[in-house]
Write a protein that binds this ligand. Structure first.
Ligand SMILES: Nc1ncnc2c1ncn2[C@@H]1O[C@H](COP(=O)(O)O)[C@@H](OP(=O)(O)O)[C@H]1O
Ligand SMILES: [Mg+2]
Length: 253
């Protein structure tokens, strides 16, 4: 499998989202949780595009997606290789219409994300990484840029959730000499560490496995590390019995 094969899939899913996001008939705009809301429709449309393309191109690889997550642990526990998909991450940002939502496709091998694509449809920005080849960014049809973490040792910048930051995070930020903070929605936080715009992403609150897998792959491929909790002890892994993640620490240094 080649990371480049995943890019058009994420782009097509992004196009399906944008078609709904930019539909001038936003009559259901206040009712975003209804079954026929733009949010639900965009989520489902993106999921259908991704799952159909993955099944066609990689019929032997299992898929766990936010939209199809009810696979019992006994069935999935021995999966060595599978795709982990969040078709639309950043629900709150989609509703706020600030563009900070992403399409996420990750490949997990033996509990570790080895490839990941994070695509932002509104800005047509593709972040992608393969831990064996490195991390890259492409804006529109511009040249592909390699990404590298910053390795900063003082006056660091942290990136935090725009909607789910917790006060418990402050102590860790102090410990790592964080002097500045950026607030952004969705898995874009991992990409900001990967491209060196932020040095650290510490999250105390819960996420789901599909929220973090693709972003983690991009960050790791750019040279970052990701740990469970707030210490640099245990690597962050996938296909846990509960797909609910604990807090985590991403370091670009
Ligand atoms: N209480 C909770 N339990 C599990 N996941 C949560 C959560 N609160 C937020 N999340 C996850 O955090 C993601 C948003 O992250 P962020 O705040 O960094 O943008 C959400 O993704 P979705 O937006 O795809 O639902 C959601 O899955
Ligand atoms: Mg999500």
């Amino acid at each position: 499998m080649n990371i480049e094969q995943l890019l058009p899939i994420a782009k097509d899913a992004g196009a399906a989202i944008l078609k709904i996001y930019n539909n001038p008939d936003q009559s259901k705009v206040v009712d975003y949780k209804a079954d026929d809301s733009p949010l639900t429709l965009a989520d489902q449309a993106a999921n259908e595009v991704i799952v159909a393309a993955l099944r066609k191109n990689f019929p032997e690889v299992h898929i766990i997606s936010e939209e199809g997550k009810d696979i019992p642990y006994p069935v999935r526990k021995d999966w060595e290789t599978f795709f982990l998909v969040d078709p639309l991450d950043g629900t709150k940002e989609f509703i706020k219409r600030n563009g900070q939502f992403t399409v996420n496709i990750a490949l997990i091998e033996n509990g570790k994300p080895t490839m990941g694509v994070v695509y932002t449809p509104v800005t047509d920005t593709m972040y992608f990484g393969d831990i064996h080849k490195g991390a890259f960014k492409q804006v529109g049809e511009e040249a592909v840029q390699p990404l590298q973490v910053n390795h900063k040792s003082t006056e660091r910048v942290a990136v935090r959730s725009a909607s789910h930051a917790s006060p418990e995070e402050e102590t860790v930020l102090k410990k790592y000499d964080v002097q500045d903070e950026i607030s952004v929605g969705s898995s874009l936080k991992f990409c900001m560490v990967a491209e060196g715009k932020a040095d650290l992403y510490y999250r105390h609150g819960p996420t789901m496995e599909w929220d973090t897998a693709a972003g983690q792959a991009v960050a790791l491929a750019a040279g970052a590390k990701m740990y469970v909790g707030n210490t640099e002890e245990k690597e962050f892994t996938y296909n846990k019995e509960s797909l609910l993640n604990s807090g985590f620490l991403v370091l670009g240094f």
